[in-house]
Design a protein around this ligand. Structure first.
Ligand SMILES: NC(=O)c1ccc[n+]([C@@H]2O[C@H](COP(=O)([O-])OP(=O)(O)OC[C@H]3O[C@@H](n4cnc5c(N)ncnc54)[C@H](O)[C@@H]3O)[C@@H](O)[C@H]2O)c1
Length: 325
């Protein structure tokens, strides 16, 4: 098949592209390299089945032509990372709202199936758990840029659902929980590469808040396997899926695991959110997925342990990861 992957030079995108090429598909990437580097694709640049276009998903004629040539579309291009979104609120909204709108408009015109990347951030301040796909979302103020990413991704999901319901266009929205692996950069606020870089340099590990907030980290290889399996399952169309692992760890405990696995002399230092980010930043105490729907649909859910994932990242850091600024 001919597969279009927007954001295909990014962290998750580049692993997805690898998986698609390995399955024999022709892959066309459209990526602006806003938060990624071309070297993410280094292993596949010479593959004749890979085509890379460095441009924006906001380029309407380009998207129309690229979607028309594809058999299916993975839409991953987005403004990503707490830090990046807080620093570029308008551009983030434009990319994450208009970009998805343009992809879905072209997909509807040319009748092409689309998977839209969403996020656990759509649950907002709902930190009960484990979170099911149909649980309520609790959003902060629409005036706070901290919530712009979640607001845009929620709208993207709704748009994908509406195209399915009203136009019978095959769409799936996948809500990624914290995904980790080689090639993820710590530049834009991602915690694992930031901690690993600090630990390998024996610098203090900076934990934001009191460190008792918990997250579930999922290895990117498991995420890609799940997303491709969802694509190949007819029953998945028109729906939304949590994609993650439901094993919880506090951020302090994560820092301790990183210190141990890197044999680092780093100490843990706590920084208030008000110092780490601009005023009004709110964080969730807990973020745990219920993955029973994913498991029922594709027969499994991500299972690589956190330690195994961390070891794989440490083994290739920093050669495959852009430096932490
Ligand atoms: N990594 C995670 O834990 C996580 C969690 C939830 C959701 N997601 C979602 O997964 C997708 C991939 O995220 P990622 O973690 O790989 O981040 P990433 O920053 O590595 O990937 C995003 C890609 O989109 C590209 N991009 C940004 N604006 C663009 C534009 N206007 N036109 C074309 N390309 C553009 C970037 O250059 C980058 O390559 C995103 O949609 C993100 O919202 C990721």
């Amino acid at each position: 098949m001919k597969v279009l992957v927007t954001g295909g030079a990014g962290f998750i995108g580049s692993h997805l592209v690898e998986g698609l090429l390995a399955r024999g598909h022709d892959v066309h990437i459209i990526d602006s390299l806003t938060t990624s580097v071309r070297t993410n694709l280094a292993h596949h640049e010479s593959n004749p089945r890979l085509r890379v276009t460095i441009d924006s998903v906001l380029n309407e004629p380009l998207m129309d032509a690229a979607v028309s040539e594809a058999d299916l579309v993975y839409h991953l291009a987005a403004a990503v990372g707490v830090k990046w979104v807080l620093e570029h609120p308008l551009k983030s909204l434009q990319t994450n709202l208009r970009g998805t709108d343009l992809v879905l408009t072209a997909a509807d015109k040319h009748r092409k199936p689309v998977r839209v990347a969403s996020t656990s951030e759509v649950y907002g301040k709902n930190d009960s758990g484990p979170l099911r796909e149909d649980d309520d979302r609790i959003m902060g103020s629409s005036q706070l840029s901290r919530w712009f990413y979640a607001i845009a991704k929620s709208a993207d999901e709704a748009l994908a659902a509406a195209y399915w319901q009203e136009r019978n266009l095959p769409t799936i929205a996948v809500r990624f929980f914290n995904t980790i692996g080689p090639r993820q950069t710590g530049r834009y606020g991602m915690v694992v590469p930031r901690f690993i870089g600090q630990a390998l340099r024996n610098e203090p590990i900076t934990v934001y808040g009191d460190g008792q907030q918990t997250r579930c980290f999922t290895y990117v290889g498991d995420v890609v396997k799940s997303v491709i399996a969802l694509t190949e399952t007819d029953a998945a169309w028109g729906d939304v899926y949590n994609v993650g692992r439901n094993s919880e760890i506090s951020i302090t405990a994560l820092a301790q695991r990183v210190i141990e696995l890197t044999n680092s002399t780093s100490e843990i230092v706590y920084i208030p959110y008000s110092e780490a980010y601009s005023g009004g930043f709110e964080d969730m105490r807990r973020r745990v997925p219920d993955v029973s729907k994913l498991r029922a649909t594709i027969g499994y859910a991500p299972d690589t342990t956190l330690d195994d994932a961390l070891r794989q990242i440490i083994a290739v850091y920093p050669t495959s990861t852009a430096p932490v600024s």
